[in-house]
Design a protein around this ligand. Sequence first.
Ligand code: ADP
Length: 496
Amino acid sequence: MHIVHLTTELALIAKVGGLGDVTSGLSKALTEAGEQTEVILPFYDHLDRSKLEELNVEMEGLLSYEDMSPYPNKVYTAKYHGISLTLIEPDEPKNYFKRGVIYGEEDDLFRFTYFTKVAMEYLLKSGKHPDVLHVHDWLTCLAAPLYHEVYQSLGLKIGGIITTIHNMKYQGICSPDELARIGLHMDHLLTQDKMQDHSEPNKLNILKGGLTYSDYITTVSMTYAKEIQGNEGFGLESVLVKRKEKLVGILNAIDTSYWNPKTDPFLAKNYSVHDELSNVEEAKIENRKALYEKIKLDYDPAMLFTCISRLAKQKGPEMIYFAIEYVLSKGGQFVLLASTPEPELKKEFYSLAESYADNPHVHFHFLFDEALAHITYAAADCILIPSLFEPCGLTQMIALRYGTIPIVHKVGGLSDTIFDIDHEEIPKEKRNGYTFDFPSNESLQWSIDRAFENHRKHPEKWHLMQKNGFQKDWSWKSPAQEYLTLYRKINSSKPV
Ligand code: ADP
């Protein structure tokens, strides 16, 4: 089967968060399963070209519109860790992908709709007729309405389109005039059954277009698939309820060959999930010492808590703020590794960091730092994930792979992956962390207290959580099969 992923992120060459992990983990697993998998990605200027193999120009002069004028685009092919890439490099005056960043630009809407349009143009002109076009979030799901409304009649043939929702919150709202700037005249889609936004009736909602025009909609956990048909639908719940027969939750996974404490090159001391737990503990201490040397903290055997996250409203920043102070007050230590896309939160956390500038038990690192993330996963005892909503969440899976215990708000994918150590009705072999039902400082405090208590007085509970985390298969093997089943289903239901 020829499967094309249209995406704005691919770990590690273009990663901001979970989306990048998912597109690379899934395409790698599909390629390994023998499927012809291709990933179409913008050729960002900060993408490390030295990591690419077999980089070739595939097509030049592919035209697309920006500010109503046509501009040429160059299309490259390359290989990255066995994944076949198609990279689109526009040559237009706004330099859409030469900004040194992936998101956060004022004109993100134009940047990514432009990219999606060029990708469709490329599929048409290259004569490729993929069996599956798999698009991700509002960022690329405009491809679904574009196919049905424009490109199919121009001769492009696609077996089926899947839109995966990684986060309902971001929907891509724009006026028809804005899309006209990139040569898309879609005024006729401004109707309720097509792309009209629910709160701004004179605007188009790109995510809604993806949900309406795709053959299947998937999202990244079973619980989130239910939640988005209700409270977490961000206004699109009725669209999802209407299409619920075509909505499937497939739990994300992680690339276990990359997130592997046995081979991880960022660790000071490697360890295996098959080691005796005492060896794991020793290795974690070595990694803690190396981490502390790096971030200039004094080594101390006190419990180390961490949070590795984007600092956005979704991630429960008030609770993270509270937890840092609470953990320190209980004699624990804290490492916060967080990128700060939201200016208000950035201000608050920078001032918190300043107030702890001389405290040797806490470290704030406000950058995206892959290397530091790895050693922190290995060094910490607990990771906090108090998200208000969480489509899937990957940090809890990565943490468990490194023997670090998650404390999570029981919501979305966190609810499908983390099971409380103290809940008698949960089978013992599933229990792998701490969960709380209501997102409040009190609930988080209750779980932090339990973690301190168990770590100190009930090593058998701690070891059970670690063992259960180690034994679980977090790889893409099984979710990739679920996607393949879906891909086959859409293709078998189409007339030849
Ligand atoms: P998101 O909502 O941001 O996609 P996920 O839990 O799905 O959250 O994925 C987060 C991914 O980003 C994980 O691989 C995590 O290790 C990584 N990550 C988050 N913040 C940082 C950071 N500051 N530095 C390095 N990696 C980070």
